[in-house]
Write a protein that binds this ligand. Structure first.
Ligand code: OGA
Ligand code: NI
Length: 342
């Protein structure tokens, strides 16, 4: 039996199967149409990537956005438009493959490193979410590449280039953040980012977007996420009690702070709840890159950010402990970090 939505959905006059229908208070309803908000800053990284540019102003923009929204977008970020196009085309082709060419890596076991799955890993109860996901590690390349899909043909070629470029970009952004916060510039160096996963979300056209979600509200359980949202709107961010849409900006990446950055910055930066709504018109594919330390890394507020007048607000914990807590708290994303507060 075909498991992935992209393998079975799309017939005419199809109804939304009952197990996708959320309880009334969790349905997005009219909010599927919220207008995209222009207040989430679009930051031009061109000047910091070319030598000699003034970093101070850009660092300030990044910090302001990270404090206020937990989100910003970047343009002129150094990842070429042709590579972004290649990657998006490739992943769309992947989800358009006939069932057997993608379902052979289907697995519901989250310990499996490369897999496709459907619904969500942020699931509670029997309700399914309207998305298929392909996820696998990308670092170190030589250790992970063997597990990747073999179709479409250029998969390994394009995804390895993409992973290297997005890694460079994320290290740059993390460096700017660490400078802005007054931390050691090398805090988030090559060594820090031991895990880099690509997680491609595919939301086929949905028969009734008002009754379901693509991804439920969640915070990302990592350090930072770099998302190629593509051209189709769907990402929403929770801000002051409202859901706001993130406008698709051509060839931009959406950047958001994960829970760990909130801890390491001792609460100066925020990891903010977000979700994805679906639409009935067209498929939407988004490419998320999740960056994090190894599971045995001890996460704690950076020493340079705590003092007698700014005592630490989180206790040290192993990243693994956090993941365990995260998975048992999916119904209340805000509550997870409370377990690690002092
Ligand atoms: C995620 C996520 C949003 C999107 O994968 O964690 O929030 O727009 N994705 O697909
Ligand atoms: Ni997310």
């Amino acid at each position: 039996m075909a498991k992935l939505i992209s393998s079975w959905a799309g017939g005419h006059n199809q109804d939304l199967p009952e197990h996708y229908i959320l309880p009334p208070h969790e349905r997005p309803g009219d909010l599927i149409n919220v207008l995209p908000c222009d207040s989430i800053p679009v930051i031009d990284l061109g000047k910091v990537l070319s030598d000699g540019g003034d970093r101070t102003n850009i660092i300030q923009q990044i910090l302001n956005a990270s404090r206020e929204f937990g989100f910003f977008q970047v343009i002129n970020h150094g990842v070429s438009e042709s590579l972004m196009d290649d990657a998006m085309r490739l992943f769309n082709e992947f989800f358009e493959l006939p069932g057997e060419d993608k379902e052979y890596i289907y697995s519901e076991d989250s310990r499996k490193s490369c897999r496709v799955f459907t619904g969500s890993d942020y699931q509670i109860g029997p309700t399914q979410f309207w998305r298929d996901t392909l996820r696998h590690p990308c670092f170190p390349l030589e250790d992970s590449i063997q597990s990747w899909p073999i179709k479409p043909d250029r998969y390994r070629d394009i995804v390895s280039k993409y992973s290297v470029e997005v890694r460079k970009l994320s290290l740059k952004i993390l460096e700017l953040i660490s400078i802005g916060l007054g931390m050691d510039e090398g805090y988030f160096g090559e060594e820090f980012i031991q895990i880099q996963n690509i997680s491609v979300n595919h939301y086929p056209p949905c028969p009734n977007p008002r009754l379901t979600l693509g991804i439920r509200n969640h915070c990302d359980p990592n350090l930072i996420t770099i998302l190629q949202q593509g051209d189709v709107q769907g990402l929403q961010v929770f801000k002051d009690g409202n859901w706001i849409g993130v406008r698709p900006v051509p060839y931009s990446f959406v950047v958001n702070m994960g829970n760990l950055l909130q801890v390491i910055s001792n609460g100066k930066l925020r990891s903010v709840e977000h979700r994805a709504v679906t639409n009935s018109e067209c498929a939407r594919t988004s490419i998320a890159t999740f960056l994090m330390p190894s599971f045995d890394y001890c996460v704690e507020p950076a020493k340079s950010l705590v003092s007698e007048s700014y005592p630490p607000i989180f206790k040290p914990f192993k990243y693994m402990e956090f993941i365990r807590e995260y998975l048992s708290n999916t119904d209340n994303p805000q509550a997870v970090l409370d377990h690690f507060k002092l």
